[in-house]
Design a protein around this ligand. Structure first.
Ligand code: ZN
Length: 390
């Protein structure tokens, strides 16, 4: 939609501009639970359409001159998408009502997905699929969608799904009639005939507010985009797992089982190795100022177990290095020094993130640790301990 009109006012607000047009055809954001229009005024993009005190205010990204004529463009593609989602909601809501006597108590349209709240807590996928089937049959019948303006007192002759408090105040009510399938009061955009929706699909549902079920659905082109996203994800999975369509799930399950199995084996090996390493370390500690310093490099699993054991030994310090994850763990069991102080010493020469308490602290360093790095860290810490005067 394209037309020419005058900009009445333009005010800067933060990074954007607030604009009022002489003739404004933009549908406001959130009105009737639906999305607002987007488009352009001159070269300026419309970011938001706000309705306040009977006026429509546009939030735009570039400054416009007051009292100047501009070409206004409203995005037809967006309106069509909104119409597809909105009409699909009417059909889905009626399908759940006809099939299961469930009422729609809430509706919200989003940029990517829209939601319908049903007044029930018990729904399963077989019910959802039945409602989807009925809705899509209605879509493929290509029923005409009529807009009827009716006097409030005549509404009785229609089988309306819901009459809201707002409608009760109106003299003329805007009805949206979908063949003989559904009729409901609504002010938003709708397609001209149901075939234009193409397809509707519920993609997720969950319990909300302790008494409703929220359905997430998409319609029209959004389904194509959704399938493309799923396909992209699936292709990536095939690539990573080297699986085919037929054995993807079996292969992923096998990988998970293997991983569980490996974890069990690691726990067993750590238990086995622990005793030997403790003996080895206890026989040969570095002693400085009466403090015994133990250092060991291995995997996180082993150094964490060792840390927990040496943490209990009085007047001791343990320095554990993970050779695979640039992870360092330190425990201190003496009154004068804190493990967190020693982590700070490491961070003077190496970049990383860490911290902890006086008793136990750890750090993940940005750089992959070489044997030389570990030697440097150990020597720096030993020097630091020597410099302390207890
Ligand atoms: Zn509607």
């Amino acid at each position: 939609m394209r037309y020419t009109t005058k900009v009445l006012k333009c005010r800067r607000i933060g990074d954007s501009y607030s604009v009022e047009l002489e003739k404004c055809e933009f549908y406001p954001d959130g009105a009737g639970g639906q999305l607002g229009d987007r488009g352009k005024v001159g070269k300026s993009n419309v970011l938001e359409v706000i309705r306040e005190n009977g006026r429509t205010i546009l939030k735009v990204d570039k400054e416009l001159e007051s009292n100047k004529e501009y070409t206004v463009e409203i995005s037809e593609n967006r309106r069509f998408d909104i119409a597809q989602q909105h009409t699909a909601q009417h059909i889905l809501s009626r399908a759940f009502e006809n099939l299961f006597n469930l009422q729609t108590v809430g509706f919200h349209m989003g940029e990517e997905i829209s939601t319908i709240d049903l007044n029930t807590l018990s729904i399963d996928w077989s019910m959802v699929e039945k409602a989807e089937d009925l809705s899509n049959e209605i879509i493929w019948k290509d029923l005409t969608v009529e807009i009827i303006f009716e006097d409030f007192e005549n509404l009785e002759k229609y089988d309306l799904r819901k009459i809201s408090e707002k409608i009760k105040k109106l003299e003329k009510v805007r009805l949206v009639k979908i063949g003989d399938f559904d009729v409901n009061a609504c002010g938003g955009f709708h397609v001209e005939s149901t075939g234009q929706i193409g397809l509707v699909k519920v993609i997720h549902f969950e319990k909300v507010k302790g008494k409703y079920t929220r359905l997430e659905y998409i319609a029209g082109k959004r389904i194509l985009n959704y399938i493309r996203t799923l396909e992209g994800r699936e292709r990536k999975l095939f690539e990573i797992t080297k699986a085919s369509k037929d054995d993807l799930i079996t292969k992923v399950q096998k990988l998970l089982d293997n991983s569980k199995d490996q974890k069990k084996k690691i726990t067993y090996l750590v238990e086995d190795l622990k005793k030997k390493v403790i003996l080895e370390l206890e026989n040969d500690p570095i002693v400085i100022n009466d403090i015994k310093v133990y250092t060991y490099s291995s995997t996180t699993e082993l150094i964490e177990v060792l840390a927990s054991i040496f943490q209990k030994k009085e007047k001791s310090i343990f320095l554990g290095f993970d050779l695979f994850k640039n992870f360092v763990i330190i425990t201190c069991n003496n009154d004068e020094l804190g493990a967190n102080d020693l982590i700070k010493e490491i961070l003077k020469n190496f970049e990383g993130k860490g911290g902890g308490s006086k008793k136990r602290a750890n750090v993940v360093l940005q750089k992959k640790l070489t044997i030389e790095d570990i030697e440097k860290i150990v020597n720096d810490i030993l020097d630091f301990i020597k410099q302390q005067h207890f």
